[in-house]
Design a binder for this molecule. Structure first.
Ligand code: AMP
Length: 437
């Protein structure tokens, strides 16, 4: 199967070729033809499967099939994402894939001034990529008109529900024409997603990537037991001796991320932190420097890392295990992307044995333990309760999500996560089981 058989026209094929893609990923093979046929789609696809190209390529193709006369403010396609980072990345994909097409796009999200965004839309754009809260602010200022909307994409819809965006989405939907194409992408088909889909989609085509083709299959996972006070030293050693050039490191708290970044820099490893207390500019710069390999290590908290897309990220390190097993799966999903191999290393101290056991239960598989003799834990050290920083584990993330999203829905993020309860978690586990080695 090649891209030429999928119904994409020459300008898109040229842009794809420039990206060096030779074969469509499974999600692209399935989604591209049906989106071009203007059918509604419900797709289960995680980050790393090539899902972004799976909807942006056919979206651009279908826009080229008719040329309506539209006024300023009237847009033809809208892509909603849960986080600013994801919005920026999707916008970048639209630019890259649409390089040889005449369509204009604008990206809008919170945390930065609204006026330049209003001005961008005012100039007249075909495609808007947005986080829901900021888009509603723009609607409130009569800065956008959905009356000629042809296609709506909900990307990472499960995250949007988790982050409490459902009411914002429903308000926005009321302003859109009934007759339009809707595409819903989600990492899982949870009952909540099915309910949302049944209300929004019209006779959707179901697209689900076969499990053996998903990125997580490519990830090798390993645990090194180490004392808490020696984690930093071990991390520096791993980075240097294994000559890792691009490592995404997770900490539980923003404070922990800052501290580790400073310590790594002191030991001569260039690093930057990315979390909810950092300004949008600082986060964008950290991500750009990491992608350009100007820094070797990006230290992130869970919420901040959502939606980060970095080509062929080879190494993910859990400097501290997450409090919620589901986050482990999201974290390691940052590596082993689009067919490339990845490695996820967890540094586990005695305080975290219970968290590790919960994770192994959740993924229904033990993780390989590899001893590094020079860092063997001191058996006299006893477990202590885990410090999650001010406000506690999820509380911390709640604040982060407030900053990372567009300031809306963070409280309900808390609610919806806990109200999803064990049944939803178990379903996610079942879904992940065969994906995670
Ligand atoms: P996504 O799942 O959309 O986050 O994409 C994951 C990564 O895969 C991105 O860095 C894309 O550039 C890359 N990618 C997407 N489609 C292909 C393809 N057909 N071949 C190789 N890489 C791809």
């Amino acid at each position: 199967m090649s891209f030429t058989n999928l119904g994409l026209s020459e300008p898109l094929l040229k842009a794809i070729k420039e990206q060096g893609y030779t074969m469509p990923t499974p999600i692209q093979q399935q989604a591209i033809p049906v989106v071009i046929q203007k059918k509604d789609v419900l797709a289960a696809a995680q980050t790393g499967t090539g899902k972004t190209a799976g909807f942006t390529l056919p979206l651009l193709e279908r826009l080229s099939q008719n040329h309506p006369n539209i006024n300023k403010y009237q847009i033809r396609a809208l892509i909603l994402t849960p986080t600013r980072e994801l919005a920026a990345q999707v916008a970048q994909s639209i630019k890259v894939y649409g390089k040889y097409m005449p369509y204009t796009s604008a990206v809008v999200f919170g945390g930065i001034g609204i006026n330049p965004q209003l001005a961008a839309i005012r100039k007249g754009v075909d495609i808007v990529i947005a986080t829901p809260g900021r888009l509603l602010d723009i609607v409130g200022q009569k800065g956008i008109d959905f009356s000629r909307l042809e296609c709506l994409v909900l990307d990472e819809a499960d995250r949007m529900l988790d982050m409490g965006f459902i009411h914002d989405i429903k308000k926005l939907m009321k302003l859109m024409p009934q007759k339009k194409q809707t595409l819903l992408f989600s990492a899982t088909f949870s009952p909540e997603i099915k309910t949302l889909a049944s209300g929004l989609l019209n006779d959707p085509v179901l697209v689900e990537v076969a499990r053996e083709n998903t990125a997580a299959e490519q990830i090798s996972q390993v645990v090194h037991y180490v004392d808490k006070t020696r984690k930093r030293e071990l991390l520096s050693q791993l980075i240097k001796t294994k000559n890792w050039q691009q490592v995404l490191v997770f900490t539980r708290t923003k404070h922990g991320a800052n501290r580790l970044t400073a310590q790594l820099e002191e030991s001569g490893v260039l690093a930057a932190a990315i979390h909810g207390n950092k300004s949008q500019g600082a986060r964008t710069k950290a991500l750009a420097d990491f992608k350009d390999k100007k820094i070797r290590v990006l230290v992130a908290t869970d919420i901040a890392a959502r939606g980060i897309d970095i080509d062929q990220l080879p190494h993910v390190v859990n400097y501290e295990l997450p409090n919620v097993p589901e986050d482990y799966v999201h974290r390691i999903g940052r590596t082993g992307r689009a067919g490339k191999e990845g490695e996820a290393v967890s540094l586990v101290c005695i305080d975290e044995h219970k968290l590790l056991a919960d994770i192994e239960k959740f993924i229904k598989s033990p993780i390989k333990k590899v001893e590094i003799p020079a860092f063997a834990p001191d058996p006299s050290i006893k477990a202590e309760p885990i410090q999650n920083g001010r406000g506690g584990g999820r509380g911390n993330q709640k604040n982060a999500s407030k900053n990372i999203g567009d300031g809306r829905g963070s409280a309900s993020s808390q609610r919806s996560r806990s109200s999803r309860g064990p049944s939803s978690a178990a379903k996610t586990a079942a879904h992940q089981r065969s994906k995670v080695k």
